[in-house]
Design a protein around this ligand. Structure first.
Ligand SMILES: [Mg+2]
Length: 508
């Protein structure tokens, strides 16, 4: 209904070739509060209707130019006028005439001469029907819109949930990227999806992941050729998204020139039209860009962009979590390394030795293999410290530790600072023969580094006494047993004049 309703009850058109009829009826209806327009012929009626759509038409049948039936048919043929209710008002009172009136689309038929009350009631009745169906139509439209919105929200939620699920299971960014591209492409019907990742080396964006129908040779070629591209800050589509940190939407990419989109020649062969690109950033820094291509040209669609943006946010959250996890792992690794390291000599500390001997003891017991322990002690180290000072003493410990470490090559061998000037060397799966070989190697190495020791009673340079113990662990023994044995052998080496080694003997 049009705006005249605010002033009038409704906007009516009365069509009659008899001027008297026209005048009388118009005057009455105007008095009743209707806006009334008059048409003296069918042609002028059709023109008037074109100018302003009436809410209801009172239509005479017998007219000289075109009869009322025809006028009604014409109105019913057009989209704009088909819903205007037409009430025939005619002196023709045969049933056939009435039937024909309804057949051509009239809603009512009043015979002349008419009762005024009757005409008014019928007009009111048909206007009410029009109003109600109008309201019903509007209500339906609202429902349809609501259903569409709900569907959009549902598919958005579904995509987000799927993405969260995929991303949380992905072992790394590349996997997460591949999963997300495939999911988004399938969900919103894209023909080609690509993920550009920031490359530290050339400080630009390079192609990381793509999604497309693998049997599509044209897209495959496009993908392969795209691998050679790299985009700098502010340059072309990818560089622009990087610079602006905003999504871009291009309805028909094939219409751009090479300054705007460098792959424009390649894209022309693929038939891809619409592209939109969405940045993924962490703390204001764009680290990846997702591009989606469609073969159909689609005008800017904020809902679609919003959806993909939500996915991009999920991805950036994932990357952030992964980075934090990685940093934590590294920090833990470093902490563990420091916890096991002797600060001065940078070889394993006592804590690490205690843990290792425990582990190796049980391992050798299980495999029934010999475990060997060497305990080494620098001869007359107290005198060295007193004479050369503590700084030189520390340096001496460092050099001895280095020489010992360089004498043991197998991964399981452990050289540790046992305490003060005492060192322990744990040699799993090593028998006495092997132990003596290592011991001699160590003593040669110590001799070779030739650290002067003026105050030694047995040499002019630093020397080492070593105690060796080797045993196959049993249920009846504990790791302490091998430590005590090596210690006893070391004590003997000391008492036998130092700068030598002694082997623990079970019979002792
Ligand atoms: Mg007439």
């Amino acid at each position: 209904m049009n705006s005249t309703l605010t002033k009038y009850k409704a906007n009516l058109l009365v069509v009659d070739d008899n001027p008297d009829n026209l005048r009388v009826l118009s005057a009455i209806l105007s008095q009743e509060g209707y806006k009334v327009r008059k048409a003296i012929s069918a042609k002028s009626a059709l023109n008037t209707i074109k100018l302003e759509r009436p809410d209801l038409i009172l239509l005479d049948i017998k007219m000289p130019d075109i009869d009322g039936y025809r006028v009604c048919s014409i109105l019913k043929e057009s989209q704009e006028t088909r819903d205007i209710p037409v009430i025939f008002l005619s002196a023709l009172d045969k049933t056939d005439n009435m039937v024909k009136g309804f057949e051509v689309g009239g809603v009512d038929y009043i015979t002349k001469p008419f009762q005024l009350e009757d005409v008014l009631v019928r007009i009111k009745h048909h206007l009410t029907i029009v109003k109600q169906s109008q309201e019903l139509f509007e209500h339906n439209q609202l429902l349809i819109k609501e259903i569409q919105q709900r569907k959009q929200i549902e598919s958005k939620l579904k995509l987000l949930l799927t993405t969260i699920n995929l991303v949380s299971k992905a072992p790394n960014l590349n996997h997460a990227f591949a999963d997300v591209l495939s999911e988004v492409c399938q969900m919103i019907g894209c023909d080609y999806g690509e993920g550009w990742i920031f490359n530290e080396n050339d400080q630009g964006f390079k192609l990381g992941q793509t999604y497309y129908d693998a049997s599509d040779q044209v897209l495959k070629l496009f993908h392969n050729l795209s691998l050679d591209y790299s985009f700098s800050y502010g340059v072309k589509l990818i560089g622009k998204v990087w610079e602006n940190k905003q999504p871009e939407w291009i309805e028909d990419i094939s219409q751009l020139d090479e300054d705007q989109f460098s792959r424009v020649k390649l894209i022309q062969n693929t038939g891809l039209k619409t592209v939109f690109a969405v940045p993924i950033f962490i703390e204001e820094k764009v680290i990846a860009i997702m591009c989606f291509f469609l073969r159909s040209a689609i005008s800017y669609n904020p809902e679609m962009l919003e959806l993909v943006n939500a996915v991009a946010l999920e991805l950036s959250g994932f990357i952030e979590r992964k980075q934090t996890e990685e940093a934590l792992k590294q920090a833990n690794k470093e902490l563990l390394r420091l916890a096991n390291l002797d600060g001065l000599t940078e070889i394993a500390n006592r804590r690490c030795f205690d843990e290792s001997i425990e582990q190796e003891w049980w391992r050798m017991k299980r495999d029934k293999l010999p475990l060997t322990l060497l305990l080494g002690d620098i001869d007359y180290f107290k005198l060295y410290n007193d004479y050369y000072g503590h700084q030189a003493g520390d340096e001496c410990l460092r050099r001895v530790a280095k020489a010992m470490t360089e004498s043991c090559h197998r991964p399981a061998d452990l050289v540790a600072r046992y305490g003060g000037e005492e060192f322990a060397i744990l040699l799993p799966n090593t028998d006495l023969e092997g132990a003596i070989y290592i011991t001699k190697k160590i003593q040669t190495a110590i001799e070779r580094i030739a650290i002067p020791h003026q105050c030694s009673y047995i040499s002019t340079q630093i020397t080492l006494s070593i105690g060796i113990a080797s045993m196959i662990p049993t249920n009846e023994t504990l790791p302490e047993a091998i430590i005590a044995a090596a210690d006893q052998a070391l004590y003997r080496a000391k008492s036998q004049g130092r700068n030598t080694y002694c082997i623990y003997n079970n019979d002792e």
